[in-house]
Design a protein around this ligand. Structure first.
Ligand SMILES: NC(=O)c1ccc[n+]([C@@H]2O[C@H](COP(=O)([O-])OP(=O)(O)OC[C@H]3O[C@@H](n4cnc5c(N)ncnc54)[C@H](OP(=O)(O)O)[C@@H]3O)[C@@H](O)[C@H]2O)c1
Length: 300
């Protein structure tokens, strides 16, 4: 069973993908039980006739007992200018949810989606003392999708022609698009873009959510698909290379901080944190991103 905490836009979009792809039984948990029940009644109609799985809604956390995976999409409010705006209330919320997950399903793999993503991933892992390889945040893969999309638009090529796009570090204003590993139609990206163009794309990736909100209240489908791909790789034990936020213990020269780094996922969670080569400027930006997350953690 997969339990999804929070039945808002993102939680229900993930549920819809899991149900329509007949991945597993889904439990929606929301503080307002009626919302969880209503969403589950709606998503139930997307269950394929060949599926043996179901979806139910509740506000009762004890029903998560037996979950193999718990996905956290709960949110106390909407941020307007910066993902860290509701950091204090979100951290209080995540510590309460962490205690419940520790009580009811201490062996589950936990995926965090709620913002501020890296801070909540850090505090969830500290609060539960779960293995850091079973607690990770999904966001850098969404930022990577945005980077790939913006490059495909810039060069008027399909996204399938953009190889090696990756965004690491904070899911926030200091995130680091990695230009040095990208190839477009086989050509190195750094030979195709000057410094000003790289800076402009970096800004566009970091501010993508603000541009989106100009037209639509909040994002949901991109993060839902990125989360689904990770859940699918866990459920089907299909090795998957993806950047996620995980508490670091020496990797990339960082300690006691969670941020987006490339990993391999399988049915047991993170099987390996990948050590990839970055250029000097990217390494420096990643250090700065880590410092920003450290500062936020220490401010709570
Ligand atoms: N990682 C990423 O890349 C990414 C991308 C997009 C969004 N996000 C984040 O994902 C989160 C969810 O976004 P959303 O648009 O789905 O928000 P939303 O529509 O406001 O949904 C949040 C849901 O969480 C519920 N909730 C609050 N506290 C809860 C608790 N303690 N237990 C159970 N449920 C609780 C709320 O219930 P009520 O209805 O009772 O208030 C609400 O239904 C936000 O933090 C957002 O910033 C992350």
């Amino acid at each position: 069973m997969i339990s999804i905490i929070g039945s808002g836009r993102v939680g229900t979009s993930i549920a819809f993908l899991c149900v329509s792809n007949a991945l597993d039984d889904i439990l929606l948990v929301n503080r307002d039980e009626g919302k969880a029940i209503g969403e589950s009644l709606d998503v139930s109609n997307a269950i394929p006739s060949t599926s043996k799985f179901s979806i139910t809604g509740t506000s009762d956390y004890s029903k998560i007992i037996g979950s193999d995976i718990v996905v956290i999409t709960a949110s106390m409010g909407v941020y307007l200018n910066d993902r860290t705006e509701n950091m204090v209330s979100q951290t209080t919320m995540i510590k309460e949810i962490a205690q419940k997950i520790k009580q009811y399903c201490p062996t589950a793999i936990v995926l965090l989606i709620s913002n501020p993503l890296d801070i909540l991933t850090y505090f969830f892992q500290k609060e539960t003392s779960f293995s850091r390889f079973k607690v990770f945040g999904i966001a850098s893969s969404l930022d990577t999708s945005r980077f790939r999309y913006l490059l495909s638009e810039k060069f008027s090529v399909p996204q399938s022609s953009v190889d090696g796009a990756l965004v690491l570090g904070e899911h926030g204003d200091s995130m680091v698009p990695i230009f040095s590993r990208v190839k477009i139609g086989g050509k190195s990206l750094t030979s195709l873009l000057n410094d000003d163009e790289q800076a402009s794309i970096t800004n566009a990736v970091r501010n993508y959510w603000k541009d989106l909100r100009h037209y639509k209240s909040r994002s949901q489908f991109g993060i839902a698909k990125n989360a689904f791909d990770v859940i699918d790789s866990i459920v089907n034990n299909r090795e998957f290379s993806v950047p996620v936020s995980v508490v670091l213990q020496g990797e990339y020269g960082e300690n006691d901080v969670a941020m987006g780094v490339p990993v391999l996922i399988n049915s047991s969670g993170i099987s390996k944190i990948l050590d990839i080569v970055l250029d000097d400027s990217e390494s420096l930006l990643l250090q700065k991103s880590s410092q920003r997350i450290h500062d936020q953690i220490n401010s709570i």
